[in-house]
Design a protein around this ligand. Structure first.
Ligand code: GDP
Length: 530
């Protein structure tokens, strides 16, 4: 059954993935159907409704809704057939945040959802490029086939050309729009018929013994059947057949056609993830590759979220387990501080609710509530001093100064900003001269999100204003030289949330001057997360 009988069965059955798409392609709808078929919710329509009732981030959501972009949940686990799926959500802003990229460091595969009428859109392409950097295997779901879509060959060509990846059809649509009947499942020689009457009903599946099977004519009208036979013949000649190895290496993507809102094609896609994988993969660290089947537990923090529950001012660090079998109460080494940490109340994000995780395996995502000790990039191990690599830190491209509109709240603002800096939501710099703070982000929308979160979560209305600086550089080098530099350039100097010295300027000329005048010092646009 399993593709990797060498792995412990609990690890071999895990599939940890994210969904990438352009806003509106159908990510939320597909997620909902996954949860429905995974038995995690009873009825479609609950993902949004429930999120709204429960989420403390109603501000965030409101903001996202106003702009027509979807909600950022975190990670959800559910079972489907013999598999355990861990779906990690990528926030789908039209502006990128570092969060999006980091999420993709925690998964083994991605599902790319495209709208059959629109093809590959800008956001999809950007996210795809991030996946490619890591050679992540990608499964493609072409959604909204119940609407007028593009010609099937045209869609496939566009993906191949635009993303430079081979596309192998796993299913083939029969008709489109009003005439969309269903799909021919190429990998299993099955006919899948869509039920238009009931959106939550799963398609009828009819076993066929190939394209010449007379049974086909019972279900497909002659004109459509002829077209299907022609197209499939052409597809066999022109398109590559599915090759699992090529898929696992990130060179080929299988494509399914369907309609998420009609629950059509979704189970076939889920079967595809289960059957073809991948299982939890080796995770890179500076020291060595960490294999999932290693008996010792290791994991890394890829995301920190504050204020998930307004009653507890806690933060939850999301940890991707890289190896081993974790049990609640384990003592793990927090590698950065060198201190042991008893993980007594980990959470598994079962879609039904947050639940205490009694155990978890390599590939799983667990949440660890903490008071700020756990930061993005941190490693947890049973003693080995590992540093996981590949968690990117981005140079802030946009700087703005921020002030509380009520000057009495300055101190509280500092606390809020530091928290967001530790969460990795923004870079925060405290200039050595004057009051106020400079905030650095990678996408302009993040300023709005931050302003909204600071107001809702901390009750502090704030104003972002343009800053006199446009570049931030971390000052690295021998301590005494760095101090000398800082003393002589006070108007440019600030500190980040770790107390590290950052040089702020508007002119490349300043940067060149400092590098020339202080040999041994480098000005770095990024700071390692570890
Ligand atoms: P997201 O922004 O990618 O999360 O997209 P949503 O899941 O919110 O879907 C965007 C819109 O497309 C919503 O109005 C959905 O009801 C609609 N939608 C999703 N899937 C389908 C589909 O298969 N067919 C049609 N006709 N509409 C769909």
């Amino acid at each position: 059954m399993s593709n990797r009988p060498d792995l412990p069965p609990e690890i071999a059955r895990r599939r940890t993935f994210a969904i990438i798409s352009h806003p509106d392609a159908g990510k939320t709808t597909l997620t909902e159907k996954f949860l429905l078929f995974g038995g995690a919710i009873q009825m479609a329509g609950q993902v949004r409704a429930k999120g709204e009732a429960r989420r403390t981030r109603s501000d965030f959501m409101k903001l996202e809704q106003d702009r027509g972009i979807s909600v950022s949940a975190s990670a959800m686990s559910f079972d489907f057939r013999q598999y355990r799926f861990n779906l990690v959500d990528t926030p789908g802003h039209s502006d990128f945040s570092e969060d999006t990229y980091r999420t993709l460091t925690a998964v083994d595969a991605a599902i790319m959802v495209i709208d059959g009428a629109k093809g590959v859109e800008s956001q999809t392409r950007k996210l795809f490029e991030v996946c490619r950097l890591r050679d992540l295997p990608i499964l493609t779901f072409c959604n909204k086939m119940d609407r007028e879509s593009r010609d099937t060959f045209e869609i496939i060509d566009e993906i191949q050309e635009n993303l430079a990846i081979d596309v192998a059809p796993a299913s083939w649509p029969i008709g489109m729009g009003r005439d969309f009947l269903g799909c021919y499942d190429i990998l299993h020689d099955r006919l899948e018929l869509m039920d238009r009457a009931d959106r939550n009903r799963v398609a009828e599946s009819i076993k066929i013994s190939g394209l010449d099977d007379p049974k086909l004519a019972e279900y497909v009208p002659p004109a459509q059947l002829e077209k299907l036979r022609e197209e499939l013949e052409m597809a066999r000649e022109l398109l590559p057949a599915f090759d699992r190895q090529s898929f696992l290496e990130g060179h080929m993507t299988p494509i399914w056609f369907g309609s998420a809102i009609n629950s059509f094609g979704v189970k076939e896609l889920m079967d595809g993830i289960g059957e073809y994988g991948p299982e939890p993969q080796i995770q890179k660290s500076a020291e060595r590759g960490v294999a999932p089947e290693e008996t010792k537990v290791t994991g890394f923090v890829f995301k920190v979220q504050a204020n998930m529950d307004p009653k507890h001012r806690d933060r939850v660090a999301f940890v991707r387990l890289a190896s081993g079998h974790f049990e609640r109460g384990m003592k793990l080494l927090h590698v950065r501080s060198g201190k042991p940490m008893a993980v007594s109340n980990p959470v598994l994000f079962l879609a039904a609710d947050r639940e205490l995780a009694e155990e978890a395996w390599a590939g799983d995502i667990i949440g660890i509530p903490n008071h700020g000790q756990l930061r993005i990039g941190d490693a947890l191990t049973e003693g080995e001093k590992l540093r996981f690599t590949g968690i990117p830190s981005f140079a802030p491209e946009l700087l703005q100064s921020v002030r509380a509109t009520d000057p009495m709240k300055g101190k509280h603002l500092e606390k809020a900003l530091m928290q967001f800096a530790e969460e990795g939501a923004a870079k925060v710099f405290k200039p050595s001269i004057g009051s106020g703070f400079i905030v650095g982000v990678v996408g302009a929308l993040q300023f709005d999100v931050l302003a909204s979160r600071i107001e809702i979560e901390y009750g502090i209305p704030v104003r972002f204003e343009s800053s006199q600086f446009t570049s931030a550089r971390w000052v690295l080098g021998p301590k005494d030289t760095v101090e000398k530099l800082a003393n002589a350039n006070k108007q440019h100097i600030s500190t980040d949330h770790d107390g590290d010295i950052v040089f702020l300027t508007r002119l490349q000329w300043d940067i060149d001057r400092v590098v020339r005048d202080y040999p041994g010092v480098t000005l770095s646009a990024t700071k390692e997360m570890m």
